[in-house]
Structures are given as C-alpha cells and as structure tokens.
Design a protein around this ligand. Structure first.
Ligand code: PLP
Length: 472
C-alpha cells in the first residue's frame, strides 16, 4: 500500500466508523453470534498474495459486525461502560500513524512530556493533591499488580537483596474486601503473596469493607508474626459501586504500616465533580491509586491512570538499565519504562489530550452529572415499585435490582431462576444489555448507566423493557 491508497482507505474507513456510530441504535446491543460463527467466515489459511485489503474492508459489515457487542450503544447497561469518543478514536489513528515508542524520554520526548502534562491535568481534574505523580498503564489490573509489587518492595526490599520474593523475615499479607475486583486476587497471586496471605474481608449491608473485621484481621496477623504489607480500598466496587471508608482505612494503615492502594477503576471519573469527592475523603493518604478514564470518561481503551505518592519503590522494582537503553538525559528526565512492567509503550497520552481538547473538563462533568441523575431516576422507579427490590445503595451510576413477584417471595431458588430468565430475555431481545450477577448469594440484575450515548430516553425505555420482560 502506498500513501495514496492509505488516504483512500483511510477516508473510507473514517466514513465507515462514523456510519457505524450513527447507526448503532438500530443494532442488537449484544452480539447474536454463536461460538464458531465468526471463525467459520474466515479462510483457514493466510492469503498468499496481497493487494486484497479492499476485500477485508468490504467484509467488515458482513463478517465482523455480527460478532460485535456494541459497547458504545445507547442501550448498553452491562458491566461498566467502555466509552470511546470520536476525538480519542482520531488520537488512536495519530498514535498508530506516528508508530513511536515512548519507553525512554529520548525515544520520543513528546510521548513522555505530553503524558506528564495530561496526567497532571487529570490529577487536577479529580481533585488530587500535587503529591501524586501519574503514569498511564494499560489497565487497572496491571496498575494494581504494580502497586502490590511496590508494596512488597517497601516491606522487604526484594529487588535489591538478591533473594527476590523469597526474602523477608515474616510472611507478607494483603487485605481487601470480599467485594473487591478479581484483579486484586490475581495481582496478589502474581505478586507472590499466595492465597493463604490474601484476606478478603467481609463487607457490611452496604457492601463496604467492615472496619472492625479489617482491623481485627491485621491485629491477629501481627500477633502471629505475619506482616501486613498492603491494604486495597475500593471506591466503587464492581458489583455494586460500594465505597470503602477510605479515611478510616488510612487510619488503620497508618497504625500498622501497610501500603494503601485505592482501586477507583470506575468511580474515579466521578471525582471530576466536586460534589462526589466526599466519597474518597482520605485519598491524600493513599500510597497509590488507579482509575480508568477508559471506562466512563470517554478516553478509548486502553487508558488507565495510575498515581503514586512516592515513585521510589515503583522505580526500584520496575527499572531496567542495559547499555542499549542508556541515554545522556538519564537522571534529568522521566523514563516511563521504569514506571510499569513492559518496556515498549504507546503514545496513549494523545488520547486524553485530544479528548479533553474536544469536550473540555466541563464536557466530562456534564456527562457524569447526567448519568448520576439518570441513575437516581431509575433508583426512584425501583424503590416505588412493589415488585422490585434494590439490593445496594446507588452512590454513582450502577443500580442492583431484582424482580420479586408476590408469588415467589421468600423462595430464593425460584427468584434466582426468574431473574436469570429475565436477564436472558432482555439481552437476547437485543434492545438493551444488562449484567446478571450474584450478590452475596442473591441473583441480581445489574444496570450500569454511563455509555456516552445513553440519555434519559434509553433509561426510561430500559425500565419499561424490564417490566415487560418480568410480566408473567
Ligand atoms: N477494579 C474495578 C473496581 C473494576 O470494576 C475493574 C473492571 O471493571 C477493574 C478493577 C479491572 O479493570 P481493567 O479491565 O482496567 O483491568
């Protein structure tokens, strides 16, 4: 392909993406593909001769779109949103076009310095103090693994003492709530803590960590000669967006010494609103925190914002310095390769820059406020309906409900089957997409509002749809 063909295909594909976005509402939200359907459309062997890109472009509608679940659909209420704004799509094009690696400052100074700028903008946007320095990670999962490795480093100096994860006098322990995301358990295992040294503490009726049990677990471990290494507080759990009491957790952490990491993957974006910041009072005392602009903010996947108060432990574990990576600017600049696991890195900062230049802080705030309002509207409908039950507070944009018809009241097995069937009907009907999940043994329907295209009309339509699907 030469530059001329690139222009031709590029214009065609920009049009294709715009048409796709404009036509989203008429598509079934969840893909109707069955396992193997999409694979069967593709030849088993690679093309021997090239020059056939036009065939691939023409096949997008026919062979690929049927296998896409539409995350930017206005009636996407599943999981958490994965919003990708037009500006961020264009930034991705520029990033790919530049094809630059930002592993060291010298390998593309703009990649490092634009990241420094936009991560500082983002810090200001969510009301974090200047003590925090940010770096872009691919996902919250990786950032949390990085946080736990940093915590291990601070507790045992494992990167320097030659004995690695085997080092340290006492076994190290990690604490989080039983509602914390599965990435926490994965990170604890990958960081070498072992299942026996991960305490998933019970939560209260609002699904937030029980401070009395957290404190008791830490005190008991200390009494037994174990060492508390990290506590993870969640601001906005995956199941219900529950909020762990951060300031009180910080008090406990200060008393016993573990690293305090905050997982605000979804809810961090809400902190662009000053009226939401009470939810993370105490954040200034965290050692690290992560949130995902690639969820609610509109910055296309992947873009996870990881902030640390003191990069020293992070850099000690993550830095590599072979001769071929050394540059004369070392020591005077940031080499972001030392701030995460991988070496090579995309110029992701462009996505946030473009997005913010397009919508501004006020644009982000307006969408978050709209979604919080829509969630309260939906919550009020549920609370006013005799045959619906809400199973969690609604601090942000997720509502956890179940349908409880009078005939099934008290019969947990029947309620489970009934609500699973209800979710199946809604999702397979194609008009909306919600997530069925278990919350402390109860089958819930989890409604997550926050796709950029979702207005009040779609939320109202979902309420009607749920009631129709629940009708006998
Ligand atoms: N933490 C929480 C609270 C989440 O809800 C999620 C994903 O939904 C994650 C972590 C993992 O996010 P990522 O896909 O960026 O690893």
């Amino acid at each position: 392909m030469d530059a001329q063909d690139f222009r031709r295909f590029g214009h065609q594909l920009i049009d294709w993406v715009a048409d796709y976005r404009e036509g989203l509402a008429s598509r079934p939200v969840m893909s109707e593909a069955q396992p193997g359907d999409i694979r069967a459309k593709f030849p088993a062997h690679p093309p021997q001769k090239g020059g056939r890109l036009d065939e691939a472009v023409a096949a997008l509608d026919r062979d690929v779109l049927p296998g896409i679940t539409h995350w930017n659909h206005p009636s996407f209420f599943a999981y958490f949103p994965s919003n990708t704004s037009y500006a961020s799509i264009l930034a991705d094009l520029v990033i790919a076009g530049l094809g630059a690696q930002g592993m060291s400052w010298q390998t593309s100074p703009a990649a490092t310095e634009v990241e420094e700028v936009v991560m500082d903008w983002l810090r200001q946007m969510v009301g974090l103090g200047e003590a925090f320095t940010g770096v872009i990670h691919d996902t919250a999962s990786t950032a949390t693994l990085t946080a736990l490795l940093s915590a291990r480093e601070r507790a045992s100096n494992f990167s320097q003492n030659g004995r690695g994860l085997q080092s340290g006098d006492a076994p190290l322990v990690v604490y989080a709530s039983d509602q914390s995301h599965s990435s926490i358990e994965k990170a604890a295992l990958l960081a070498g803590f072992g299942r026996d040294h991960l305490r998933l503490i019970e939560t209260d009726d609002d699904h937030a960590i029980r401070l009395d049990l957290l404190e008791a677990a830490i005190a008991e471990d200390v009494r037994r000669g174990l060492r508390p290494c990290a506590v993870i507080a969640c601001i906005g759990t995956t199941g219900t967006t529950a909020v762990d009491p951060l300031a009180k957790i910080a008090d406990i952490a200060a008393r016993f010494g573990p690293w305090l990491h905050v997982d605000a993957a979804m809810a961090g974006t809400a902190m662009v609103l000053p009226e939401c910041r009470d939810h993370w009072t105490g954040i200034e005392r965290a050692d690290s925190l992560v949130f995902n602009p690639h969820k609610w903010m509109g910055v296309g996947f992947d873009f996870s914002a990881y902030y640390v108060r003191d990069p020293e432990h992070l850099i000690r574990v993550m830095s590599t310095n072979p001769s071929y990576l050394q540059t004369k600017q070392d020591g005077a600049v940031k080499n972001y390769r030392d701030w995460h696991i991988q070496l090579g890195r995309r110029f992701r900062a462009l996505k946030l820059w473009f997005h913010l230049m397009d919508v501004g802080v006020e644009g982000v705030q307006a969408l978050v406020r709209r979604d919080l309002g829509n969630a309260q509207w939906f919550k009020d409908r549920v609370d006013a309906a005799a045959d619906w039950e809400r199973l969690a507070p609604v601090p942000f944009q997720t509502i956890c409900v179940r349908h409880v018809p009078a005939a099934l009241k008290g019969d947990e097995a029947a309620l489970k089957a009934h609500n699973l069937e209800l979710a199946r009907r809604v999702n397979e009907g194609g008009e909306a997409y919600i997530t069925p999940a278990l919350l402390k043994g109860k089958q819930i329907l989890r409604v997550s509002i926050g796709a950029t295209a979702t207005e009040r009309a779609e939320v109202q339509a979902l309420w009607v749809l749920l009631n129709e699907a629940a009708a006998p």
